[in-house]
Design a protein around this ligand. Structure first.
Ligand code: SAH
Ligand code: SF4
Length: 372
């Protein structure tokens, strides 16, 4: 069986460019021996380009009020069953300081999308306060959706330096099926460009296992990430939420479906590592929703970033983008201890107090890193 794809593995070993057809074939692969070879090859690329230190970004889920209505998301504006919240600035800063005191190199502030001035000004103030309180030592990533170029500039000037905005799928037709008419693929692309122009390290990614998505779509997603010169990649399995148009029919993922999705997610991570080599790749929380050690498996397939949840436990049940989100009844200290053991067991170390920026960003921008 190994012979079937031997030529592809030789291409990978020689560092040759993989075509759309190659990537599609590799995504279809099921043979355990071949999969093992793929993950080992990706791990070698990871070791060579980014090493085996895992960097943390503590994620603060700052609010679930959202103006968007994405058909797949549990906190979409039309879901009237959600108790809406927005943390006040003190709470966000307090959680940021928890990250700092616990030696997490960076944090991510994520929330539903809001463009109103009250919200965007609040975020600017929070970024300034976190920078001042940590003497600029805590890396600040934002994941606050589509904003104007002016707002992206303002947040960058205030001290944020990374931004995560998933393209969700690089197939415009599929994007249209997943979103209502007032959400646009071209606006999303323009927002990603604004972020690059504003000077951020830019992260994007896709969901995997979406209804109607093919292996060729996912192969194209990988080439999209490469061609867009993306610095950071965050991809996760699509996990249905029953109170959404896309998930309404679903009664929960079966065990075999979870297994298959996790395998697909690992193949995507491995191929992104092989094709984009020096980017940061997150082993996302959604992997853990499929299997208790899904994130560690993601690290072994080529990921190098973990985003531990540092949101106050009271708020966690109200930020369910998808169902069965893990750790909603745990607190940040429990998550910290649990993760440390898990990462140690796979032989990797944690880059405490380090930013762990994407080497790709410095290669792309010609800038020089000022943080280890
Ligand atoms: N509002 C911001 C940030 C929060 S949503 C934004 O949309 O960018 C963050 C990510 O959650 C989205 O990009 C999407 O990829 C993911 N997400 C939403 N619903 C999901 C679901 N049902 N399964 C898996 N991931 C989901
Ligand atoms: Fe809002 Fe983000 Fe969910 Fe879309 S994915 S509904 S923008 S929180």
């Amino acid at each position: 069986m190994l012979n079937k794809n031997a030529a592809l593995f030789e291409k990978i070993d020689r560092g040759e460019e993989l075509t759309l057809a190659d990537l599609t074939t590799l995504l279809h692969m099921q043979e355990p021996e071949e999969l093992h070879r793929l993950f080992s090859a990706a791990y070698e690329v990871k070791k060579r380009h980014v090493g085996t230190t895992v960097y943390y970004r503590g994620i603060i889920e700052a609010g679930n009020i959202c103006v968007k209505d994405c058909y797949y998301c549990g906190i979409r504006r039309s879901n009237s069953g959600v108790e809406r919240f927005l943390m006040d600035p003190e709470e966000i800063v307090r959680e940021a300081l928890w990250c700092y005191e616990n030696h997490y190199g960076s944090l991510v502030i994520q929330s539903g999308e809001r463009q109103d001035g009250a919200f965007t000004d609040m975020i600017t103030g929070v970024i300034r306060r976190i920078r001042a309180a940590t003497e600029g030592k805590l890396g600040i990533t934002l994941s606050l959706g589509e904003q104007s170029r002016r707002v992206y500039d303002e947040w960058f000037q205030a001290g944020a330096h990374r931004y995560l905005l998933r393209i969700e799928t690089s197939n415009p037709a599929l994007y249209t099926e997943l979103h209502p008419g007032d959400h646009s693929f071209s606006t999303r692309l323009a927002a990603l460009r604004f972020l690059q122009e504003a000077g951020y390290q830019v992260g994007t990614g896709v969901m995997m296992g979406l209804p109607g998505q093919t292996m060729e779509d996912l192969a194209r997603d990988i080439l999209f990430l490469r061609d867009f010169d993306i610095d950071m990649v965050g991809m996760g399995p699509y996990i249905p939420h029953k109170d959404t148009p896309l998930g309404a029919e679903c009664t929960g993922l079966r065990e075999d479906e979870k297994k298959e999705l996790l395998l697909l997610a690992k193949k995507m991570i491995a191929l992104v590592r092989i094709v984009l080599n020096d980017v940061n790749i997150a082993a996302t929380t959604a992997l853990q929703a499929l299997k208790h050690d899904g994130r560690e498996e993601g690290l072994l397939a080529g990921a190098n970033i973990i985003m531990p949840n540092v949101t106050k436990t009271d708020y966690r049940p109200h930020y369910q983008l998808y169902e069965n989100k893990p750790c909603i009844d745990e607190n940040s200290t429990m998550c910290r201890g649990c993760l440390e053991g898990r990462i140690g067991r796979i032989g990797e170390t944690i880059g405490y107090d380090e930013w762990g920026d994407s080497p790709h960003f410095f290669r792309r921008s010609g800038r020089v890193s000022t943080h280890t």
